[in-house]
Design a protein around this ligand. Structure first.
Ligand SMILES: [Cu+2]
Length: 501
């Protein structure tokens, strides 16, 4: 037992921090959990423990002021100095409905330029909407304004900075927040009756002064990771499922590089939505691999013996610049996580419901896309550039904001074949239009209809070929696709897509 504890502590400083807090920070932990104790009132019982500050639209308008700041933030029960939106990490949860107008009065109070990307929203890539070419200089303000299309799917989306060259630094500093679109999926009776929690997974590397430690060169190549894992700003928070009831977890990986391989002791996950909204029917999963930028919306059934169950982050090897072995054993600072499991949260059972709540049988149909007009190929690799060292490439080129890499026609459907010839996994993200994964490594046939889903980020493992099918709809203009290991994006692994009418 002692030996096991020793291994846990030495292998993972995230666990170490948690154990320390259990030993010396009892009162803190109790205060943090106090708000999560389940009162008798059934209505209150559904209330979330981890809900960040929420702003919802009223009468068709979401009108908020959002400031990017640097300063004191309470994170994982300690005072830290982080980048933050409105003093919070994660930032406030923004909530709207299809057809709503969104107005965000954004002020940049940082000492460097920034901007906002609305990851996963199907809105224009231009003007005051999801315009990643826009730069808001330090000390200046900008009003983002756009409408959520009337036929926009309900789902879990998010906002974060997207200024090329600074993305990893600003997201690692703490800048990220949820953007939830409520709609049809949320009206399904069993889902409406489920208790809902928002799990924003972020990792940080803090120094003794409680400021973020900047990564070294090798950590940037690999993709920076931090040893402190926060779940919606807390370390190992308590989650509660009513006995006989359902708990809905909206999971977001808001880390710049870290992958989360999630499993919940003795409880399968029932996947109800992916990046782009609902799947056709709940899909039972024992594990979920969530790469940076990805979301999963799952139900957990409170049908086991009441007790405590750990939500675990299992080891995963996403490859490295120097081959697998050398960096696996904890040599690489923030990458210790890949050789040991960590506890992310703890599930307990609340009061028993008068009648058990079943899983929904059907969710929402997922459209079958027509055969593509065109197949394009994208090869992901790395190389050396004079004066820059290692750079990350798509089709042998690094990002250039003056160059359009790919032009497509509005209202066309294309297949994109994504090949990873590098030594590390690359999660591929396309802005603006959702896609479906058609095959992997050219061996698998078409994804079974029942498993078809809408994605905006998909893992392309080292050596793998993934084929996706994308409909380009509604909006023209320039946008981007890139690796969502944000250091790789900053180091060149991004291309410009122009959608033309
Ligand atoms: Cu990458």
């Amino acid at each position: 037992m002692k030996r096991r504890q020793f291994l846990t502590v030495s292998a993972s400083s995230a666990s170490a921090i948690f154990l320390t807090r259990c030993a010396s920070g009892q009162s803190n932990a109790r205060v943090e959990r106090a708000s999560c104790l389940l009162p008798r009132d059934a209505l209150v019982e559904r209330a979330s423990c981890l809900l960040p500050q929420t702003w919802s639209s009223k009468d068709g308008l979401l009108d908020v002021s959002l400031g990017a700041n640097y300063g004191p933030v309470s994170l994982a029960g300690q005072e830290t100095n982080l980048l933050n939106y409105n003093g919070r990490v994660p930032g406030p949860l923004l909530e709207a409905r299809p057809g709503d107008t969104v107005r965000i009065r954004f002020s940049n109070n940082l000492s460097q330029p920034t901007n906002l990307h609305y990851h996963g929203l199907h809105i224009p890539p231009t003007g005051t909407a999801d315009n990643v070419f826009l730069k808001v200089p330090p000390g200046e303000t900008w009003t983002y304004e756009f409408s959520i299309p009337k036929n926009h799917p309900a789902g879990t989306f998010w906002y974060h900075p997207h200024l090329h060259g600074l993305v990893a630094e600003q997201v690692f500093g703490g800048l990220a927040g949820l953007f939830v679109v409520r709609g049809e999926l949320d009206e399904i009776p069993e889902i409406r009756s489920a208790k809902e929690e928002f799990l924003v997974l972020q990792d940080f590397e803090l120094g003794s002064d409680r400021r973020i430690i900047s990564p070294n060169h090798m950590e940037r190549m690999t993709g920076r990771e931090g040893s402190l894992i926060a779940v919606t700003g807390r370390v190992n928070p308590s989650l509660s499922v009513p006995a006989g009831g359902l708990l809905r977890l909206r999971l977001l990986n808001a880390s710049p590089s870290r992958f989360y391989r999630l499993s919940l002791e003795e409880h399968p996950f029932y996947l109800i939505a992916t990046d782009g909204g609902a799947v056709a029917e709940p899909l039972e999963l024992q594990e979920i691999l969530l790469t940076p930028g990805e979301r999963a919306d799952v139900l957990v059934r409170g049908d086991r013996e009441p007790g405590q169950y750990r939500l675990l982050n299992l080891p995963y090897d996403r490859g490295g610049m120097m081959g697998g072995g050398m960096m696996g054993g904890g040599m690489m600072g923030g990458r210790r996580g890949r050789s040991s499991s960590q506890t992310l949260a703890t599930l307990s059972y609340g009061d028993r419901l008068p009648a058990p709540l079943p899983l929904p049988e059907k969710l929402l149909p997922v459209e079958e896309l027509p055969e593509p007009k065109m197949v394009r190929r994208f090869v992901f690799n790395h190389g050396m550039a004079p004066g820059m060292g290692m750079v990350f490439l798509i089709n042998r080129q690094m990002f250039d904001h003056r160059r359009v890499d790919t032009s497509v026609e509005l209202n066309s459907v294309e297949d994109w074949e994504l090949t990873n010839n590098g030594v590390m996994d690359h999660p591929f993200h396309l802005h603006l239009n959702h896609f479906q994964v058609i095959s992997r490594t050219g061996i698998l046939p078409v994804t079974p209809k029942s498993d078809r889903s809408w994605k905006d980020t998909v893992l392309v493992k080292t050596g793998e070929v993934v084929r996706i099918r994308v409909p380009f709809r509604d909006f023209v203009g320039k946008t981007v696709y890139h690796c969502h290991i944000l250091d790789h994006e900053d180091l060149g692994m991004m291309g410009i897509l122009e959608i033309q009418s």
